[in-house]
Design a protein around this ligand. Structure first.
Ligand code: 2HA
Ligand code: ZN
Length: 270
């Protein structure tokens, strides 16, 4: 077997967690990432027969039977992922309709996957229905998106339109917009189910007064998605208290739709 720390998916995961920490999105043990791996990704690095231990998940997701995920650990700090990946990350394979997770690598100090595992797994199920190429679910606490949930309406159309108006590229990067959940207790199956429901129609789901979830086909794309929304929120927080003299109009957004071959969410533009 080759050294798994040299696998490209591992290098990307470590680089992404480190960058997220450096962006200030993942203080302390904040945030979590799950990356679905294909068998061809892991074949050279992992013996699929060798199960270290089995961890109950506390939920059912029959759609994910046999699926393998590289995931961040509960209570672990993103800042430490690069220093001790084998302690802070793990690779699990789901079985028994998703109720059990066989640990194939990592969580070397006896740890387990993120407390937000239900939200991640349920979001994977939801996104795969909409986009069979989806592989990543990412959660973090970017300051400006969070700040916005204190001072802006949580209406999804209004929230999305404000973000779209903050940078020209926003409607192009997330034409499906941003869905928003009210404050809910985190780490539960309930917030997992609510997040997954929202993931059916958008790749970004804001958790009010907490953070954001993003989904995408790879780590770069998902990181970029959150990065773009957070940049827009930053501009909003810089200008929200000032008189707005100019904006990006709906007419201009329609020009962007044509130019980039995208379609803004139905009913979100006038
Ligand atoms: O523990 O971000 O939502 C990590 C979190 C919980
Ligand atoms: Zn969180």
């Amino acid at each position: 077997m080759k050294n798994i720390l040299e696998a490209s998916f591992m290098a990307e995961m470590i680089r992404t967690a480190t960058l997220m920490y450096n962006h200030g999105w993942d203080e302390r043990n904040g945030g979590n990432i799950s990356l679905m791996l294909d068998e061809k990704d892991t074949a050279e690095y992992l013996d699929p027969e060798k199960v270290i231990r089995t961890i109950p998940t506390g939920f059912k997701a029959p759609e994910l039977e046999g699926k393998v995920f590289l995931v961040t650990g509960t209570g672990k700090y993103f800042k430490n992922v690069q220093i001790a990946p084998e302690v802070n990350l793990g690779i699990v394979r789901l079985r028994d309709q998703g109720q059990q997770a066989d640990l194939l690598w990592g969580f070397a100090d006896g740890g387990k996957f993120t407390s937000e595992f239900p939200a991640h797994m349920m979001s994977h199920v939801a996104r795969l229905k909409t986009d069979p190429e989806n592989r990543v679910v990412m959660h973090c606490h970017p300051a400006n998106l969070l700040a916005m949930t204190y001072v802006h309406s949580l209406d999804e159309r209004e929230f999305t339109r404000t973000l779209w108006q903050m940078c020209t590229e926003c409607v192009v990067v997330f034409p499906d917009g941003v869905n928003v959940l009210p404050w809910m207790l985190c780490g539960t199956n309930e917030i997992g189910e609510a997040t997954a429901e929202k993931m059916l129609t958008a790749r970004l789901v804001v958790w009010s007064q907490h953070g954001i979830y993003g989904a995408g086909k790879d780590l770069d794309e998902t990181f970029g998605l959150i990065e773009t929304a957070e940049k827009a929120a930053e501009i909003y927080m810089k200008i929200a208290h000032l008189p707005r003299l100019n904006t990006i109009t709906d007419e201009q957004m329609h020009l962007l739709e044509k130019r980039f071959g995208i379609q803004a969410r139905e009913g979100y533009l006038d």
